[in-house]
Design a protein around this ligand. Structure first.
Ligand code: ARG
Length: 466
């Protein structure tokens, strides 16, 4: 009869189907090196509390370090019969050092182990995330810097609105990713809470120094309530939410790439290496990379929803349900990493079609707001100016002209206040220059924004490498 570690009060063996149904090692093996790390610190605390003698402590450390090496080399054998990563490692330690291994579990529960390991794991993962975010942010800024003279029609309602710098558009995404980056920094405060010493739910029955455990593991502070410590998964949910926000913005830029690459828009070109062809239509060049960026968001939002639903109505404290938090957060992280990387590659390689942009900027009366503003400078209240300008646009549409093609005579039919100087207002350059306001699309403002962004990125980079 296979005896489980907790098998003392059981009279029959575990059902083999249930055994397979309930195992988690097939996914929580990812926590293995953190399990070892936390165990080493726990062993030290047990020694300090007089529960392990020096010899036992040394033996446990040595065994754990051998296990750690095997994990890192990839030779450690995880077995489903030992259910989860914690029991797999405990079993391996027993095989290496015998009964002393079982002393490590004094006062300790898997309920606190799993949550400690997961927090430690995520601390390392978000470092990866921060680096990928920074890489993307840097690529956006470099692209913006490279294309400072490129103007695009800006859209609202996906209709031509006002001319803006292409760099300004790119920097909009940059700012979105800055906020994601800052969100992660803020999140870290709540992630770096150490549950170890909480035991199953009531707090450890042996007097361990929890402050020291927390410090040794690199946390900011120990948790203050043992029931909270083993029950809360806010730190998983919050990360899944941040990842969802990141993916939402990735889906928006993905969508824009797809649209901008259509024959109808034809604003940009992606290199062949990021596109695919059709198995039937020989002419096709499809932006699959961008389409997938748009789609992957669904995976991560799905993961967030899975997690929210998992926690809903769950009574305190630990419940086995909580085991199911790992697959979705792992998938959300993996998907976000890949998407960030893919987007970085696309941003680097996007080329704008300047000829096409020049043509399209002539269309759609992008300068109508300029004309209204001009009328304001002549003393006409804006609402009236807006209306008057609307009539002029309608006339231009009907006569198939651009606003700047209208003669002064034609203008004067709408308002005698319009003078020769109106034509200075009806150029793209003028429209852009008028927006040298903080956050505006004026070339100098955008240049400054880029300069500041580069400084911020460098500062964050040095912070990360320290
Ligand atoms: N594999 C479990 C999880 O991921 C570890 C904790 C199990 N605790 C228990 N009492 N069965 O949540």
């Amino acid at each position: 009869m296979k005896i489980k570690i907790w098998g003392g009060r059981f009279e029959e063996e575990m059902d083999t189907f249930f055994e397979d149904f309930s195992e988690s090692v097939s996914f929580d093996y990812r926590l293995a090196s953190y399990e070892v790390k936390a165990s080493l610190v726990y062993a030290k605390a047990l020694k300090k509390a007089g529960i392990l003698n020096s010899e036992e402590y040394e033996k446990i450390c040595q065994g754990l370090k051998e296990i750690e090496k095997e994990i890192l080399e990839g030779s450690f054998k995880f077995e489903k019969t030992y259910e989860d990563v914690h029991m797999n490692i405990e079993k391996a330690l027993f095989e290496k050092i015998g009964e002393t291994a079982y002393k490590l579990h004094t006062g300790r529960s898997r309920n606190e182990q799993v949550v400690t390991d997961l927090r430690l794991y995520l601390i390392d993962e978000i470092l990866k995330l921060k680096n990928l975010l920074l890489e993307l942010m840097e690529n956006l800024v470099l692209k913006a810097e490279e294309n400072l003279e490129v103007v695009i029609p800006g859209f609202t309602h996906l209709q031509h609105a006002q001319p803006v710098l292409y760099s300004h558009w790119l920097m909009a995404y940059y700012e979105m990713f800055v906020l994601h980056f800052q969100r992660i920094l803020d999140y870290e405060k709540r992630l770096k809470i150490c549950p170890l010493g909480s035991s199953a739910l009531a707090g450890c029955g042996f007097f361990l120094n929890r402050e020291e455990i927390s410090r040794d593991l690199g946390f900011l502070a120990p948790s203050k309530n043992s029931i909270f410590a083993v029950s809360s998964r806010d730190f998983v949910l919050e990360l899944a939410f941040i990842l969802s926000l990141i993916m939402l913005d990735i889906s928006r830029i993905g969508e824009e790439i797809v649209i901008w690459m259509t024959l109808e828009f034809n604003f940009i070109e992606l290199p062949d290496r990021f596109c695919t062809g059709s198995s039937i239509m020989p002419q096709k060049k499809n932006p699959d990379s961008a389409e997938l960026l748009r789609a992957k968001c669904a995976v991560v939002i799905g993961n967030l929803l899975q997690l929210l639903t998992l926690i809903k109505n769950l009574p305190l404290s630990y419940n086995r349900d909580l085991q199911e938090d790992k697959p979705p957060i792992f998938q959300a992280l993996d998907t976000t990493y890949k998407s960030l990387k893919m987007l970085s590659l696309l941003v680097q390689s996007i080329k704008v079609n300047q000829k096409r942009l020049k043509e399209i900027l002539e269309k759609g009366h992008l300068l109508a707001t300029e004309l209204a503003d001009y009328l304001v400078t002549k003393g006409i209240p804006f609402r009236k100016a807006h209306n008057l300008c609307g009539q002029i646009v309608l006339y231009a549409e009907k006569t198939n002209k651009k606003l700047s093609d209208l003669t002064l005579e034609e203008f004067k039919n709408f308002s005698p206040l319009i003078e020769e100087d109106v034509y200075q207002w009806l150029t793209i350059e003028h429209a852009l220059k008028r927006r040298e306001i903080l956050g505006g699309t004026g070339p100098k403002s955008v240049e400054k924004e880029i300069r500041m962004a580069k400084e911020d990125i460098n500062r964050w980079k040095t912070q990360l490498s320290n």
